[in-house]
Design a protein. Sequence first.
Length: 276
Amino acid sequence: MEEAILEVKNLKTYFYNDGKELRASDDLSYQVHKGECVAIIGESGSGKTVEALSILRLIPYPPGLIVDGQILFHGQDLLQMSDQEMRQIRGSKISMIFQEASTALDPVMTIGNQIAEALRIHKGMKKKEALEKAVELLRRVDIPNPEQRVKQYPHEFSGGMQQRAMIAMAMSCDPEILIADEPTTLDVTVQAQVLEQLNKLRKESNTALIIITHNLGVVARYADTVKIMYGGKIVESGTPFDIFENPQHPYTIGLVRAVPRLDLPRSHGLHTLPGE
């Protein structure tokens, strides 16, 4: 295993509303190593996305606030950096593919200009050079006719192509860590294509990949390490084999049982988890 490039230590991100405190991420600790694929699993509301946004310091204040902990990137605490220093990290050293590509992309900018913007800011490229690089990046993620596609707007792309354009944008500056928030919300065919792209790019660039998902099938195929989140906490950690073959925590057992199975009759129904 390569050295740890990211260490999250006792991270606490809370939200405050009408005098109430919601502990979205509550005392989280884990490591990410170079070239590793870490899957963070849990149902909606378990705190997965909040944890990822905390790494990039994108928690909206108010109502959210990182109240304690450390996020060490190569030993430097991101929580102690200035806003200017964080702008140099975001998109350059640590990139994120947001959950809904259609809302994350700017509707009034061409795809090419959106990719080129990151290259001009972080790499100092001229406009023409950055657009040429954008064409290359779209080709790298298997978007057909990239020379034409860079001139188009997000609404002219299908959902799957928007997702791949987001991957191209996120990978444009060769980040050391790529965070993919629910990259499997599309239909199953596009899901497979997007995940294969991410895995291919990870291996080519030795980029660490953090996949946030509730899809256990993704975990089985791609992850090196799995973190199970429940109620803002990591309740179990292990390899995909550990999680599927020998789950220990009742919540993990419930998640595994909730996966639909083809070998059971429809009358068997789906296993559900009680409570909220």
